[in-house]
Design a protein around this ligand. Sequence first.
Ligand SMILES: [Zn+2]
Length: 200
Amino acid sequence: MFLPRRFIEVSARLSSLPGIGPKAADRLVFYLLDQSDEDVLALAEALLAAKREVMFCRRCGNFAQGDLCEVCRDSSRDTKLLCVVEEIRDLSAIERTGAFRGLYHVLHGRIDPIARIGPSELRLDRLLERITLDGVREVIVATNPNFNGDITAMYIAKLLAASGVRVTRIATGIPKGSDLEFADVFTLTQALEKRTDVQS
Ligand SMILES: [Zn+2]
């Protein structure tokens, strides 16, 4: 082994992160060791502060610093329009389009019969509560266009049937079986605009 133990330690930690292989990890360590003490410390402190201070929004489940996230704090948003997504990364994908001006509800998962994830493990009680309390007019279900996403959408439509709220599903301009987060801005904007009513 030609590299010092400290180097290997940092590289091993970085390569355990998603999307970073051993070579990329080594390159990052080379780069970091070349920076000033202040810069490396600033990075470490920013990481730790984010880890300690970033939590989930009490209302929608997005990342937040404090009680409510940036989206929920934005008073120009249409609070009667909710977009239900599986994960925060899907919320980010939709935010990137700039085409949606309502609020979100993050499930932090999807119904998955094989992994034995049922509706009780999603944040559906909170969704019902929000619909009643906030007088929501429409719920756009933007779960992924695959088997689990589709059954989750059907379940939500059934759950909300009695509430009288309009339930729509994003159009399937996104290739079947793929993930929202990888859809380009145009496709995703179209999918939102061409949403259709879900029959429950
Ligand atoms: Zn929020």
